[in-house]
Design a binder for this molecule. Structure first.
Ligand code: WQD
Length: 334
């Protein structure tokens, strides 16, 4: 298939592009490079041993996007572009609504203009909000507690309404848990511009000397060691989930939602200790106040994706830490 990845130069996108191209698909990346850099393109091509198309552009530029979809004869779109820092979304809600919601509507309009109706949308477990029960299954109430989570839920609702109005659409909404890890080659990994928010890239910046230590946001949660617990999913397992969804959508119409998680959770200290074992690095840390908005624990019920898509995670926490360490070492050199 000819597949367009919006935001394909980013963390999830670059790993998904590498996997799809290695699986024989023709991949074209459309990205405004606001949270990624063009140097990643060569490394994706090296992994996939084939040319990956690229157009620099913003998803809100409907005309430019329509032209790329048409010129590249795109069959399906994976929509990954968007702003994704939960805390920042509360400080800059209009920027988040404009990029994430308006951008998604622009993409849908461009797809309609060209007659493309297969779409995989990068959603998030933040749509669930405070757990009524755990693990979260796809029927768990959705009550996001920040603009970022509301953006993701609103785009899902738009896609459900679109599918209800036009039965020709084939849509998969993938609710990611906590993506971590890097490609086994160490050529690509999580490489956010500026100060990261997420745990693993912060650990990476401590190892690389960009940050003096890791602040652990609270150790008084009701968990086995007091620190927050999350469902950490290896980014390559996540990429496989996108490929499995694309294949399944070839023979299924409608709008469908899937959790992409491991079904288990690890604490901050679990991950930190495993990373220290994998890397042989001691990570200086201090416990500070809880981060506003953080939940004590959440993790996925991942049965539906396994039953319907035939997909489940294969990588372990050690795979995550080993691959992250390889990537951090490489990015330290460059
Ligand atoms: C994980 C754990 C923190 C940083 C977010 C988004 C979610 C998704 C993944 C997009 C928590 C602790 C973290 C640090 C710490 N993104 N932590 N010190 O908040 O679970 O999820 O990223 O879809 O939408 O909400 O991820 O990596 O920020 O935090 O102690 O410097 O690590 O308290 O327990 P989070 P995270």
């Amino acid at each position: 298939m000819n597949i367009l990845l919006t935001g394909g130069m980013g963390y999830i996108g670059s790993h998904t592009a590498a996997l799809l191209a290695s699986a024989g698909h023709r991949v074209h990346i459309y990205d405004n490079l606001c949270n990624s850099n063009i140097g990643t393109l060569d490394r994706i091509q090296k992994i996939a041993s084939q040319v990956i198309g690229f157009t620099e552009g913003d998803v809100r530029d409907t005309e430019k996007l329509t032209k790329v979809l048409r010129d590249e004869k795109i069959d399906a779109v994976i929509h990954l572009s968007g702003l994704k820092a939960v805390g920042e979304s509360s400080q800059k809600p209009i920027e988040y609504y404009a990029n994430n919601v308006q951008g998604s509507i622009s993409l849908i309009q461009a797809m309609q203009a060209v007659g493309i109706n297969t779409l995989v949308f990068s959603s998030s477990a933040t749509v669930y909000g405070d757990p009524v029960y755990l693990p979260y299954d796809e029927d768990h109430p959705t009550n996001p507690t920040n603009p970022y989570g509301r953006n993701k839920l609103q785009v899902e609702e738009i896609l459900r309404d679109l599918s209800a109005s036009d039965s020709s659409w084939r849509i998969g909404c993938l609710r990611y848990f906590n993506p971590v890890g890097a490609h086994e080659t160490g050529l690509i990994g999580e490489d956010p511009n500026g100060i990261p928010n997420n745990l693993m890239p912060v650990i990476g910046q401590v190892v690389n000397g960009k940050l003096p230590l890791l602040n652990i946001f609270g150790d008084d949660y009701e968990t086995h060691d007091g620190t927050g617990k999350r469902d950490y999913i290896h980014v390559m397992d996540l990429a496989e989930g996108h490929l499995a969804t694309l294949i399944w959508l070839q023979s299924n119409l409608g709008c469908h939602t899937f959790n992409l998680g491991t079904g288990s959770s690890y604490s901050v200290l679990d991950l930190l200790n495993r990373f220290e074992e994998a890397s042989g690095q001691k990570i200086p840390r201090q416990v500070v106040e809880r981060r506003p908005g953080d939940l004590p624990e959440y993790y996925a019920k991942a049965d539906k994706a396994e039953k319907v898509l035939g997909w489940k995670t294969k990588k372990t926490l050690s795979d995550i830490c080993n691959s992250s360490w390889l990537w951090i070492k490489n990015s330290k050199k460059s």
